[in-house]
Design a protein around this ligand. Structure first.
Ligand SMILES: [Zn+2]
Length: 257
């Protein structure tokens, strides 16, 4: 299985072999470079693709024959934009999961209460969402994630068990922090790329092409106009006989401890 532990074992053995053979044969230095580059390429792939399960086993989709999908929104809460998303969800009676940035919660408590009252779930998306998140030690990560949980708990009185890594990047330190906090790591298999694709039709096309039974769809409620995209996606799902169900029902896990 391709994961961090196995890769470290395999490459350590390769280097031990090379070093011991070096006593009998003289190798060109390039021979050491090849496994080194291969090692870092695999590590990079594992860190940047959450669905690789390289550092942490992440739930990115569910195997099901039922036409069910779950919606998720990252990076909120954000006044006005999150509210517009909530209005569209209510219109379609669709429940979503919001992966919240802890430091955006203060001052937006009423939005969280509204989400909770309307049957949506909340997950942890870190407190800081720092650009240097992945460079933090596991101790710093635990405290950042704990702050995020505390903020959500302070407002809705429930402690999240679902966590989505900022930027989808995972590391051995983050894996340790997630185990410590007993998080279920949630990825996606439909990434809308709504923060970079500005053309609505292109965005819709991308999402529609990727949706299948058991999909976890990723949007950002911080993107201007995402409510309009959401409305079209929900109409499409209805047309294709898909049911939007809450993430905890789709993956059959508890959202809160
Ligand atoms: Zn994010």
């Amino acid at each position: 299985m391709l994961n961090h532990r196995n890769i470290v074992i395999v490459f350590t053995l390769i280097f031990i072999l090379l070093i011991s053979l070096n006593y009998s044969y003289t190798f060109h230095w390039m021979l050491y470079l090849i496994p080194l580059v291969a090692f870092f390429s695999i590590e990079f792939y594992g860190a940047y693709f959450v669905n690789s399960g390289f550092h942490i086993e992440a739930i990115c989709e569910v195997n099901t024959n039922e036409n069910s999908v779950a919606l998720s929104f990252d990076d909120g809460p954000m006044p006005i934009r999150t509210e517009k998303v909530l209005t569209v969800l209510k219109k379609f009676n669709a429940k979503a999961t919001f992966f919240l940035i802890g430091n955006r919660i203060k001052g937006n408590e009423s939005l969280l209460l509204k989400m909770d009252n309307e049957g949506h779930l909340m997950g942890n998306h870190s407190f800081s969402h720092s650009f240097f998140f992945d460079l933090m030690s596991s101790k710093q990560l635990i405290s950042d994630l704990q702050y995020g949980n505390n903020e959500i708990q302070r407002v809705i009185g429930k402690t999240p068990l679902f966590f989505r890594p900022p930027y989808g990047v995972t590391t051995p330190g983050l894996a340790k922090a997630c185990r410590h906090l007993k998080f279920d790591v949630i990825g996606w298999n439909v990434r809308s790329l709504d923060t970079s694709i500005k053309n609505k039709e292109q965005l819709l096309q991308r999402v529609k092409q990727r949706i299948k039974p058991g999909s976890i769809i990723l949007f950002h409620d911080t993107v201007d106009g995402i409510d309009l995209v959401l409305e079209d996606v929900l109409n499409y799902l209805k047309e294709k006989n898909y049911t939007v169900i809450p993430l905890d029902k789709l993956i059959q896990k508890n959202a809160y401890s």
